[in-house]
Design a protein around this ligand. Structure first.
Ligand SMILES: [Zn+2]
Length: 438
């Protein structure tokens, strides 16, 4: 109701500055209501979350369509704000309505109460990614309220299913409604600002232009079954352990990835040393599961004839998965070992950062953080952007918030939260990006 009143007042004074105190109050109020809806995936029943977003956008004069992708309330949302040049392909704001499950016993606060404590807003989805979703929504409302017609159409897609595999979310949208989301540019999650994670004691905003490829492997060893009382050399478990040591000992990268090289040049210093920056500079392999033994629970006195492990490898864009696996096989050099590729990764490469939109993002961030370095970056994990890059769209991961190591690491954890001040500043940054020429 309050938002609707704001819209009426603003429509009498087109192209004014948004009423920021009022927008900020509405933004925080909406964000809390949004987090309070437990849109957990599975099953990705997002109808209630989608209806809340729909009501707040429509009461501000922005029409919304809901698209049901599954039988249990799986609901995607599309909104469109028309721009001045309608011959240009739109800019797509991409966010997701679903959140990962919670272990309530591990949380110190109710994960769906959106409690504000010590300047932080706590709850599942605050970081991933209802916070950014709320920033997209409030930036659209601020544009509408101020009477700003953007340079081109802005489409917002809030998907039902990002946290499993996107089959009822981005994949479903690409398959069934691609013409409605076919855009020149995409702004998605990924990337962030930090004073410590990317470079030591330096404020760096990384805007994600690419991500690593997920290469998931199943490694199997074959051996001879035998009695545990009489050790044999052909023990599948021992063969597997020896092979895994060699499998995860990856050779050093021959040269830095061009995006990482550009990051280092822009920062003017080496990257900070931590697991995040380590992961974006090289190919990685994490041993994630071991399965073996005969019987359940496994018999202690039986040497099994087979043993199995899974390895989560993440390759830099441009690295050929087949070559990566054949190099791994050569290192292991044991005919008793087989390696199966569980996922076939997409590799669209990195998006071009020399665009008017990237310039607009840089300008908007510098307006609010004059001492920041703004740079293209890679992210070590997967996002929905990869699917859209595969379709030829230019996709950037923009999280316009300064985060410290523990806050950034709270995603999917039992302490997920973001600073309220950074959440609000992010609304301004998105507003500045969307109201510029691009
Ligand atoms: Zn997410």
């Amino acid at each position: 109701m309050r938002l609707f009143a704001l819209f009426l007042a603003a429509s009498l004074m087109p192209a004014a500055e948004p009423d920021w105190p009022s927008i900020e109050k509405s933004a925080l109020d909406f964000f809390q209501r949004y987090v309070r809806i437990p849109s957990i995936n599975p099953p990705a029943n997002t109808v209630e979350a989608a209806n809340l977003v729909k009501s707040v956008l429509e009461s501000n004069g922005i029409p919304v369509r809901l698209l049901t992708s599954g039988p249990n309330g799986q609901t995607n949302l599309l909104a469109r704000l028309p721009g001045r040049d309608r011959t240009k392909k739109p800019l797509l704001l991409l966010n997701h309505l679903d959140v990962v499950p919670v272990d309530r016993t591990a949380w110190k606060v109710d994960p769906f109460a959106a409690v504000i404590q010590d300047g932080l807003i706590w709850g599942r989805g605050t970081m991933d990614m209802k916070g950014i979703g709320a920033q997209h929504i409030m930036a659209l409302i601020a544009l509408k309220q101020a009477g700003v017609v953007p340079a081109r159409d802005i489409v917002m897609l809030s998907t039902a299913d990002e946290e499993t595999d996107g089959h009822l979310g981005i994949r479903w949208m690409i398959k069934n409604h691609f013409n409605e989301i076919d855009a020149e540019y995409v702004l998605d999650e990924g990337g962030f600002g930090s004073r410590e994670i990317l470079a030591k004691d330096k404020l760096v905003f990384g805007v994600a232009v690419g991500e690593k490829l997920s290469v998931w492997l199943r490694v199997r060893a074959k051996g001879t079954a035998a009695h545990g009382s009489q050790p044999i050399p052909d023990n599948a478990n021992v063969t597997l352990i020896d092979a895994l040591r060699k499998a995860i000992a990856l050779p050093a990268a021959k040269q830095p990835h061009p995006v990482v090289a550009e990051m280092i040049r822009n920062i003017g210093a080496p990257l900070a040393q931590n697991k995040y920056t380590a992961a974006i500079q090289v190919n990685t392999a994490s041993l994630t599961s071991l399965t073996s033994g005969v019987g359940s629970p496994p018999k202690i006195n039986v040497i099994p004839s087979a043993s199995e492990a899974t390895v989560d490898c993440r390759l830099l864009p441009g690295v050929n998965p087949e070559e990566f696996i054949s190099e791994m096989k050569a290192r292991i050099n044991d005919p008793r070992i087989s390696i199966e590729l569980v996922t076939i990764p997409d590799d669209p490469g990195a998006s071009n950062s020399r665009t008017p939109l990237f310039d607009a993002i840089r300008k908007a961030i510098l307006k609010h953080h004059p001492n920041a370095v703004v740079t293209p970056m890679l992210v070590p994990h997967g996002t929905d952007s990869v699917k859209l890059r595969m379709m030829g769209l230019t996709a950037y991961g923009l999280t316009p918030m300064v985060l410290d190591l523990t806050t950034a690491g709270s995603m999917h954890s039992d302490q997920e939260r973001i600073p309220v001040s950074e959440f609000l500043k992010g609304v301004h940054i998105f507003y500045d990006v969307l109201s510029s020429e691009f």
